[in-house]
Design a binder for this molecule. Structure first.
Ligand SMILES: [Fe+2]
Length: 171
């Protein structure tokens, strides 16, 4: 739990998915354990869940699993932003993947030549190096209701680099 400058309690939880990831405990069971005794709008003014997972289906499912219990569920790990930012029916803001902060003239942030060599020839010649071109900052901006902690609005934020710019003013 983190307290902001105005004294509001913000709980930030990072969990990892199971599909296409290293073996790990069931994230659906674990998030329920983590949220035991944490009522949104009471113990926490906002709850932010970063679900680090490969599969869009698993991330989408987690959004609905937590809908109404947390302020925001964001997916991460794929490095590619998705266009499905929304407020779910129970009031939780959601996006399947935030995207990375990095150079999008790349293969998910890595300089293109070595990943392409491995895709095309199935052989590796060197290591992956981060792409060093102009970066795009990716995220979401969420406004929450001070009483309930649920989302009032969610907007993607994409600034700089190659991706089309998106700010709350654009949407
Ligand atoms: Fe990752």
């Amino acid at each position: 739990m983190y307290q902001d400058r105005e004294g509001r309690n913000v709980l930030i939880i990072n969990i990892q998915g199971q599909h296409g990831m290293a073996a790990i405990d069931d994230p659906f069971a674990e998030i329920d354990r983590q949220l035991e005794g944490v009522k949104l709008g009471r113990e926490a003014d906002a709850v932010i869940v970063d679900f680090h997972a490969e599969a869009t289906s698993e991330k989408n499912g987690m959004g609905h699993h937590l809908d109404g219990r947390v302020s925001l569920v964001v997916g991460t790990h794929t490095h590619i932003p998705t266009a499905d930012d929304q407020i779910l029916s129970g009031g939780t803001a959601y996006i399947t993947d935030l995207g990375m902060c990095g150079d999008y003239d790349s293969v998910i942030g890595m300089e293109k030549s070595e990943p392409l060599r491995r895709f095309v020839t199935k052989l590796s010649e060197g290591r992956f190096n981060p792409a060093a071109g102009p970066a795009t900052v990716c995220g979401v901006i969420v406004e929450t209701d001070p009483a309930s902690g649920l989302a009032v609005s969610v907007h993607p934020l994409r600034v700089g680099g190659r991706l089309r710019e998106q700010t709350p003013a654009d949407t």
